[in-house]
Ligand binder design. Structure first.
Ligand code: ZN
Length: 450
């Protein structure tokens, strides 16, 4: 009886999939993105079946309200907590809506830029902010079954992962995840390790450093993690330096099999120890994310300090392995993380830091936790992540999974519990709490002869 029921259900599903006016089982939504003027985009949403709304993830600072203009009459964008929605003002269903999306005037912090100017005549699009959800994320919404069409301005290319085309039609990310897509005149450079898109305005010394650093750091990371990522990564390097001689800003964003670096400030023009140090360690930090992406957070709640702090810790391990840092430089980096973490936790708990806007806590305190674990289990943070990736499997990781792995590797549940308290509780004296973690880690290592 159960078998018959099951077969009946399967037949109904496959009929539903094929019995559509369009034929075949295509996407529910087609999203067309055309480069209208540098980073201004003409966007069309076309549903296969009429819907009452388009639900989009929330972007900090009311970005869409300020920078998106709906061109189709009779529509509006409504802002909710955690989502934006596009609806008809009369509440009726619709199949098609057109809008113009412009880049934000400022860099949105700790957020992928929805669309940004990228070198002369170029735009870098983050598809996640254009790709609707089936429901708001806090109601368990996932991504709509959608495919994208990308059309660059005349004479330009579209670059996404291994693709470099005059246009892309019916495109979906090979990573089944939001991604960066470049539209514009630049040609990518493909090497054994990466497909790279480098702004021709980037200073020559930066390009030389980048070309030397990528192969050597990628080889080190492959050895430390014990594997090479399946997809050849896409790297985007932009350098809208501007005129401010005192500014030396490095902003990086990583996604599965992609990362982008934006350098701002005229202090990048000349090679200096400071500029080179920041460029090298920050680029390795972003590269670490390409390997960490083999383990995805299983829920929205998995705190970012888990991967950001580990990326800082592993980047430091790579800096030493490459001979960039001696033991004194490594120790100075550790002291800096401890000091910064203590300062950041003066205003509240680590797990509450992102909501407070204390983004540096995610890096510095995540780094402190990674260092304490490494001290306690006598292994590198890269080694911890080899295990962590395996545990995370296809379902992804959680904060609890992190503490469980710490308990298993150190053989001490109390130490894992102490880390949990450190992350979840506001601390009266953060600097003493940090010293306490390192003291427990050291005595644990001594006890177990590590
Ligand atoms: Zn990062």
């Amino acid at each position: 009886m159960r078998w018959i029921l099951l077969i009946g259900v399967l037949a109904a599903v496959s009929l539903a999939a094929f019995a559509t006016p369009f034929g075949g089982s295509g996407p529910d939504l087609q999203i067309s993105i055309r480069q209208a003027d540098e980073a201004d985009l003409a966007v069309i949403y076309e549903w296969r079946k009429p819907r009452r709304e388009i639900v989009l993830d929330g972007v900090a600072g009311g970005y869409r309200e300020r920078r998106w203009e709906i061109e189709t009459p009779g529509f509006e964008l409504r802002r909710f907590v955690g989502s934006d929605r596009i609806v008809r003002t009369d509440g009726k269903k619709f199949s098609r809506v057109e809008l113009t999306a412009r880049p934000d005037l400022i860099r949105i912090e700790k957020e992928y830029q929805p669309v940004a100017r990228y070198g002369a005549g170029g735009a870098l699009v983050f598809t996640g902010h254009f790709w609707p959800l089936t429901a708001p994320k806090d109601e368990g919404g996932g991504r709509v079954n959608a495919s994208f069409d990308f059309t660059p301005a005349a004479g330009g290319h579209v670059v996404a992962f291994g693709a470099n085309e005059a246009a892309l039609a019916d495109w979906r990310s090979p990573m089944a995840h939001p991604a960066f897509v470049y539209l514009g005149p630049l040609d990518p450079v493909e090497t054994d390790h990466v497909m790279a898109l480098i702004d021709p305005d980037a200073p020559g010394w930066i390009v030389d450093e980048f070309n030397a650093l990528v192969p050597e750091s990628f080889d080190k990371l492959a050895a430390l993690f014990g594997f090479t990522p399946e997809t050849k990564p896409n790297l985007f390097l932009a350098a809208p330096l501007g005129r401010d001689e005192s500014r030396l800003s490095y902003a990086g964003d990583a996604l599965p099999a992609q990362f982008q670096i934006t350098l701002e400030g005229a202090a990048w023009k000349e090679k200096s120890d400071k500029a080179r140090g920041i460029f090298t360690s920050a680029t390795i930090h972003e590269a670490v994310h390409l390997w960490q992406a083999a383990a995805r957070p299983g829920t929205e709640e998995a705190p970012e300090w888990i991967h950001e702090g580990a990326a800082d810790a592993i980047a430091a391990e790579v800096m030493v392995a490459l001979g960039e840092w001696d033991s004194a430089a490594y120790a100075a980096n550790e002291r800096a993380a401890r000091t910064e973490c203590a300062r950041e936790l003066d205003t509240g708990s680590l797990n509450g830091a992102k909501a407070r806007g204390d983004f540096r806590a995610l890096y510095a305190c995540g780094h402190v936790i990674a260092l304490a674990v490494s001290r306690a289990d006598g292994k590198t943070t890269a080694d911890f992540w080899r295990d962590f990736i395996e545990r995370a499997g296809d379902d992804g990781y959680s904060e609890d999974m992190f503490y469980d792995l710490v308990a298993d590797r150190t053989g001490d549940r109390d130490f894992a519990d102490a880390l949990e308290d450190f992350a979840r509780t506001p601390l009266a004296e953060p600097d003493r709490a940090i010293d306490g973690l390192f003291a427990s880690a050291a005595s644990l290592a001594r006890e177990r002869g590590r």
